[in-house]
Design a protein around this ligand. Structure first.
Ligand SMILES: Nc1ncnc2c1ncn2[C@@H]1O[C@H](COP(=O)(O)OP(=O)(O)OP(=O)(O)O)[C@@H](O)[C@H]1O
Ligand SMILES: [Mg+2]
Length: 240
């Protein structure tokens, strides 16, 4: 791939003595959407933690737009334009919607193509958050908290957006709204990793698919090739 936004190469990562990622390698192309699939405990969130510097890989490397960021602290990797929407949302419950956005604001990486994100542009994308801008995040619904978590990540004006199971625990109609938002963000030119357990949600939106199984990369493919091959995903993902 000529222009890679995020590349993990030969990554081994541990929690204490527990060897959680083994020689993990994959590449997110610039402007593309990569669906990262795998069942519970496969290592998806660990890949995200390694990518944003929350966990240092013991071996291997991480590159952002061709620049090595391996073992750099999270704030340095963020300054390279990588933002994570964490699993379980993790918004500040006792801050208002607007405060949650403002504390996440960053200037972003110089030369980012699209107009900078501000609280106003986030509110334009999520009108429901605009209506609740003065409310404490604790009082938002799960779907609204997810939108706020996405908004917080956008406020750092990233080039690479990592989303860890944004559909988790949401009603189907809200999941559809979140997916429509992700589609718009992709159209805006962001490079995106979408972590999911449910392949159905990912296959329609992703360009590329990586499947993790027990901390190893089991499948790397384009979404189109996987769909037409009819690969038996149950082997890696359980039954959907
Ligand atoms: N902080 C931690 N300390 C020790 N082990 C951990 C920690 N976080 C995760 N693990 C273990 O590492 C492995 C990979 O976990 P990870 O959270 O990356 O999986 P996942 O694919 O994101 O799963 P899920 O779909 O449930 O979110 C699992 O065996 C998990 O139990
Ligand atoms: Mg996870």
């Amino acid at each position: 791939m000529a222009n890679s936004a995020l590349r993990l190469s030969g990554v081994d990562a541990y929690y204490g003595d527990s060897h959680v990622l083994q020689k993990v390698a994959f590449e997110l192309g610039a402007g593309r959407l990569l669906g990262l699939l795998g069942r519970n405990g496969a290592g998806k969130s660990t890949c995200m933690n390694v990518s944003v510097g929350l966990l240092s890989p013991r071996t291997g490397s991480v590159e952002v737009f061709g620049k090595p960021v391996t073992r750099m602290p999270p704030e340095v990797i963020a300054a390279h334009g990588v933002a994570l929407v964490p699993q379980g949302r993790r918004v500040f419950k006792s801050l208002t919607v607007r405060e949650n956005l403002m504390v996440a604001a960053r200037k972003g990486f110089a030369g980012t193509a699209h107009a900078p994100w501000t609280a106003d542009t986030v509110f334009a994308m999520f009108p429901r958050l605009a209506e609740r801008r003065g409310q404490m995040a604790a009082y938002l619904s799960g779907g609204e908290q997810q939108m706020l978590a996405i908004g917080r990540a956008l406020m750092s004006n990233p080039r690479v957006l990592l989303m860890d199971e944004p559909s988790e625990g949401l009603a189907p109609q809200i999941v559809a709204e979140v997916m429509a938002t992700i589609r718009k963000l992709k159209e805006s030119g962001l490079s995106i990793v979408l972590v999911e357990q449910n392949p159905k949600l990912v296959f329609d939106i992703a360009d590329d698919i990586v499947i993790l199984n027990s901390g190893r990369v089991a499948v790397v493919s384009t979404a189109a090739a996987l769909k037409s091959d009819g690969v038996d995903l149950r082997q890696h993902l359980g039954i959907f």
